[in-house]
Write a protein that binds this ligand. Structure first.
Ligand code: NAI
Length: 460
């Protein structure tokens, strides 16, 4: 049982690396202690986006009368929504299992521990196995952070691990953290009629996003009935007759909100427990790696959330491919310069490149911004989704695009063009002079580029 590459962790980082390495003729072992597909497939991206599809469908049906479609007495069946989510996860997992199988990856179920830099011990129930490998890739992912406040262990205080698979809908939920997890889960449950309160410690929701976009999203979420507190730090959770009371400090003093559930969505931490005392260099953010994704031990690489670089599934998968290339002798640096990030609320949010704040800091406030509102888009008008705008930021010398921020329908799809534009060091002229099909939402990106050049046609 000797392999060219052994990969610990079967999430989107680990399984993508395994399949890619196998296609490159390497002999590969993949070890997973839980479910193949990791957080993304089982407890993250996929179940969330399936639930979000049901939520959006409900909103669309409720708004259908204006389009001449009469669908009164619309209701939801939470059991079917949950079954559909489980079914989507199951089918995708079968797909991953099949891909691993047909590509000849040997999958081991169990908890892997490093014995030395070439030896892995695998434990599953009472069974123990030992395998060896020339190279090892660590891809053990991350887990939700819990906050050490009184009451954080109460039964109805949950994390995203439990929030997506609840047997019945609660009447109310307070969410600690106005980041991506808090906002997506808040959007889902609010749409299904759950009273949602979001409590964010910093002065804005989505603090890492462009400020203008965060403000716009907050406006829409509040309009949908979500209560949001910012500059608010949770101090304690108490339980009184099956109701949770959350106490948080605001500028106006301590406030209390009662709810059936409290969701802690305050970030994630790398899963490194099995690597303590192995000689690997580990710090607060995760396993330390160089540009080639190599740890301090030459033949051991690390990818994905466990490296704490950028906790996104698509970054993990890309790191997986880069790590395999390096293992196989093709020296390749990991480039974190162009990473799109998407938030699946309604309206959707997507960004790539620099925020306005970052661009101003880098270019001494000397930047150019173009904007285009969805209200001026023909396609947005036809589908009745006119909230939001596209914002493009460029530097003044060549009008090279530095950042693109979109809030509005299909933002998460539109961002791919912007990512390619930034990757290819595209200028606003090149983007504006690329003919975009009409009528499409993609025209909003082209129009924002024209606005940046002060040549807007469809904008006053
Ligand atoms: P996050 O780091 O995005 O947001 C956590 C928020 O909680 C921050 O705004 C922080 O200021 C706030 N916070 C921390 N402690 C607090 C306290 N005591 N009281 C009030 N607020 C507090 O973390 P999140 O949302 O849990 O997401 C984890 C990771 O998963 C992120 O890296 C995210 O990008 C990723 N993710 C990506 C998704 C996507 O691509 N659509 C979906 C979900 C998660």
């Amino acid at each position: 049982m000797h392999y060219d590459i052994a990969i610990i962790g079967g999430g989107p980082g680990g399984y993508a690396a395994a399949i890619y390495a196998s296609k490159k003729q390497a002999k590969v072992a993949l070890i997973e202690k839980g479910e193949l597909g990791g957080t993304c497939l089982n407890k993250g991206c996929i179940p969330t986006k399936t639930l979000i599809h049901s939520a959006k469908l409900l909103q669309d049906i409720k708004g259908a009368r204006g389009f001449g479609i009469i669908a009164d007495d619309v209701d939801i069946d939470w059991n079917v929504i949950q079954k559909n989510t489980a079914c989507t996860v199951k089918n995708l997992k079968k797909g991953v299992e099949n891909l691993l199988k047909v590509n000849g990856v040997e999958v081991f179920q169990g908890l892997a521990k490093l014995r030395d830099q070439n030896t892995i011990k695998i434990s599953y129930e009472t069974e123990q196995k030992t395998i060896t490998a020339e190279n090892i890739i660590l891809a053990t992912g991350s887990a939700p952070i819990t906050i050490p406040i009184p009451g954080h262990k109460l039964q109805n205080v949950i994390t995203s691990d439990e929030a997506l698979f609840m047997e019945k809908l609660p009447s109310s939920m307070l969410i600690i953290g106005g980041g991506v997890v808090g906002l997506e889960i808040g959007y889902i449950y609010n749409t299904f009629g759950v009273e949602i309160t979001i409590v964010e410690m910093l002065s804005t929701i989505l603090p890492s996003q462009d400020e203008e976009i965060s403000k716009e999203l907050r406006k829409h979420m509040e309009k949908q009935g979500i209560k949001i507190y910012t500059d608010a730090k949770v101090k304690e959770i108490k339980e009184k007759e099956n109701i949770l009371q959350t106490f948080f400090e605001t500028k106006e003093g301590i406030k209390t909100v009662d709810s059936e559930k409290v969701l802690v969505a305050t970030g994630r931490k790398p899963v490194v427990d099995v690597f303590i005392d192995t000689g690997l260099n580990i710090n607060k953010t995760g396993i330390v790696i160089n540009d080639y994704l190599q740890t301090n031990i030459d033949n051991i690489y690390a990818i994905g959330d466990v490296t704490g670089k950028s906790m996104l599934a698509h970054v993990a998968s890309h790191q997986g491919l880069v790590a395999v290339k390096n293992v196989l002798g093709e020296k390749r640096k990991m480039d974190y310069g162009v990473i799109p990030s998407c938030i699946y609320t309604n309206p959707e949010v997507a960004m790539v490149g620099m925020t306005e704040q970052e661009a101003k800091a880098k270019y001494n406030d000397n930047i150019i911004i173009g904007r285009f509102p969805y209200t001026a888009s023909g396609k947005a008008m036809t589908i009745g989704e006119r909230n939001g705008f596209v914002k493009i930021i460029a530097e003044p010398r060549y009008n090279e695009i530095l950042g693109v921020h979109i809030i509005g329908p299909q933002a998460t799809e539109l961002i791919a063009e912007a990512a390619l534009a930034i990757k290819l060091e595209c200028t606003a002229e090149e983007l504006a002079n690329t003919i975009h099909a009409h009528p499409t939402l993609s025209e909003t990106v082209m129009e924002a580029a024209f606005d940046l050049l002060e040549e807007p046609v469809h904008k006053i």
